[in-house]
Write a protein that binds this ligand. Sequence first.
Ligand SMILES: Nc1ncnc2c1ncn2[C@@H]1O[C@H](COP(=O)(O)OP(=O)(O)OP(=O)(O)O)[C@@H](O)[C@H]1O
Length: 522
Amino acid sequence: MAQRWEGEERRGAAPLARDPPRGGEAAGGEEEPLLRGIFQIGKRSCNVVLSARQLRWSPIQPESRGGDSNMNLPCKEEFVEMKDIFSVKLKRRRFVGQKKGGVLLGITIFVCLKKENKLKDTAINFNNLSEDHCHSWFRCLKEILNGFPNRPKFLKVFVNPNSHKREATHVYHEQVAPLFKLADIKTDVTVTEYEGHALSVLKECELHTFDGVVCVGGDGSTSEIAHGLLLRAQIDAGRDTDYILSPVRAPLPLGIIPAGSTNVLAHTLHGINHAVTATLHIIMGHIQPVDICTFSSPSKLLRFGFSAMFGFGARTLALAEKHRWMPSNQRRDFAVIKTLASLKPEECELSFLPLKNSLQGSQENVTKVQWHTIQGHFLNVSIMAIPSLCSMAPRGLAPNTRLNNGSMALIVVRNTSRSEFIKHLKRYASVKNQFNFPFVETYAVQEVKIQPRTKIGHDTEENVFLHATSAEGNYPWNIDGDLMEGASEVHVREEGCHYTRFIMQWALFQVEKAFFEETGSR
Ligand SMILES: Nc1ncnc2c1ncn2[C@@H]1O[C@H](COP(=O)(O)OP(=O)(O)OP(=O)(O)O)[C@@H](O)[C@H]1O
């Protein structure tokens, strides 16, 4: 019975692939061996067999005194799925400082291991001193690896040097770049110099030369790049970027390496806040669709984004932004406490279009979904296209929605006492249902319109979001952790936008009409 190679992590980690069919048979029969040979693996000489799907090896049986092979020893065959291997190299003995040449020792394969949500890389050495032997194995392995279609070869990388405690550059050079190099991925790196830098690069650069875009930073950077990719897609498709009715897909997937003070987007996509895991998902070409929505004023697209908060969640961010000189954790705690101390509701009108299938079960009712309107005083309104996992809410700020279910969670917290509101907030960190309060309502929606009920009326075209200043009296919004100020109506629409969990792929479609529009670029 073959046993999947689990390296040093035999008790926990395992390569990503599922167990092969019994006896190592591929669906439809035994896999055709491409190469057979003998290598030393660890301290044992092994028979090694390479097929398109697997690399298998078993120790060579010692002969018994009688000349027969020793049948009493268990013949332990091990294997690695080719789809778990991300690189192969010729292994040579070199002296310190020697860059080229050296005695060939064999080949090394690099495997991606999985333990729960965490990925790690590990190496297996196949030792054999024959140049010809190793070169033919190396070429064959390389050919198989080059056949995986989603694996990127050239990436556009953005690093925000200011993220968190300015460690994104270090994270990139120490943890990410060496793995990209090992996987023979070429990169074009932009270290951003100001807010909006990545957006302007994305508008201009030769995007078609890349296989993907990577963000090394926090939520603000990721959101800016996601927005930039989608905006670029609209421009390239000749769409009006002021008013987007049916957005087209972004041309490239987006990978997110968490290196910010808030990494909700990376945590939600990967299930873990871990730079190496994120890097390996990119290298392996794992594609996961993710929803996104558009935020618009009555007259203009403001941005694409994954989540928004109005009320408490936005006021807290606005206060934290005024105290940027504080360390990030301290700043966040200070802002939460201060905002709680002066807790006040916002009076507004919320209109929303429920998710088509959440109310009606049958197809004929699909077209009858109507706008609902609720009014009142709200302490917080959250609109989330993804579950938004973070350290403070391990199950997510919106655990009822999914990464790519084509809907958004609308979570409305009506006015209540401070102590009740605090109880509700504390539940985010616990296993209890944070929505199980009479003053909390949740809806699965496709579209939401929010109209604060003071000052500026429905017809106002002026959009204070566009002046990114914090003038008193404006309404702060927290969009993917970025502060925006606005007073007029805001319209949020689920774009059914599809992304990837690890290296993200946009796939926008117009929810109301439920058809995909593609530029066909990927
Ligand atoms: N060189 C730069 N200087 C200042 N701001 C930058 C620079 N490069 C990018 N930015 C902006 O910094 C913002 C926040 O960055 P990011 O989300 O990566 O880090 P963060 O540590 O999570 O941030 P925050 O502390 O705001 O949560 C982004 O909106 C991005 O556009």
